[in-house]
Write a protein that binds this ligand. Structure first.
Ligand SMILES: [Zn+2]
Length: 250
């Protein structure tokens, strides 16, 4: 799939992360795309704050949506899924995605503390768990937008805190971003095959694919987008409703 296609779906994931931010959640979100039909099957938003459940990560919420449609036993659909997620899956989610056999993972910014697709571990291509399910992982699409949403969240959380941390009280930085270390995630050859040789300067210079940041994704209200996304996912469910329901275990 082309960079333009990846960017299209990552814009959707970023809008959903903004929706999560506007509804008091950590702005991390994902879109599950059925590659053969290019249609969105499910979405997920971080739900840890509302549910007070530490494992309610965006990927798990989306996986639960898919399993509610296709059953828990039949995981074959995941082999046709490309996941677009604003932040690199953590080690827990990366392992779940691999065991389910997800086809590909595309993400925005790295997860420096818990990343399972290159930042800390490379679960997606290791040989420990479900070695038959290695998959491609493509980083750095709309990375600055993903970082900016997280900055908004942490500044706001700090302002709400009874004891705001002085360091975090500094003015929100909207222009500086850490270097993009592509080498954590892809070899130079892999980068060239995934993107294009014309973009190799970004690999060599540790820079983002785009100089600009799409502020519309950050600033706009995404309530209408969310409503549309929900409808789209429900329609996919209706189209595939002919599938026999999985047997329930008594
Ligand atoms: Zn996770």
């Amino acid at each position: 799939m082309s960079l333009e296609v990846h960017s299209h779906y990552m814009r959707m994931a970023t809008k959903l992360a903004k929706y999560a931010l506007d509804h008091d959640e950590t702005p991390v979100a994902c879109i599950f795309v059925h590659t053969p039909t290019n249609r969105v099957v499910a979405y997920g938003m971080n739900d840890t704050n509302r549910s007070l459940t530490g494992i309610a990560h965006a990927e798990f919420m989306g996986i639960a949506q898919i399993q509610s449609k296709f059953g828990v036993q039949d995981t074959s659909i995941f082999k046709s899924i490309t996941l677009y997620v604003t932040v690199e899956p953590c080690i827990m989610c990366a392992s779940a995605l691999k065991q389910l056999g997800v086809q590909k993972v595309v993400f925005g910014c790295g997860n420096e503390r818990f990343g399972g697709n290159g930042s800390i571990l490379s679960i997606h291509k290791d040989s420990c768990t479900a070695p038959q399910n290695k998959h491609w992982s493509i980083p750095g699409i709309l990375r600055k937008e993903a970082i900016m949403l997280l900055r908004y969240f942490y500044v706001r959380e700090n302002e709400r805190s009874p004891k705001p941390r002085a360091k975090a009280n500094r003015k929100l930085d909207k222009s500086k971003f850490p270097p993009m270390d592509w080498t954590l995630y892809l070899s130079r050859d892999e980068f060239e095959s995934v993107f294009d040789s014309l973009l190799l300067k970004h690999y060599d210079d540790s820079t983002d694919l785009s100089d600009t940041l799409n502020w519309g994704l950050i600033d706009d209200n995404q309530d209408r987008f969310f409503s549309h996304l929900k409808d789209e996912c429900e329609q996919f469910c209706l189209q595939t409703a002919k599938k026999p329901k999985p047997q329930t275990v008594s």
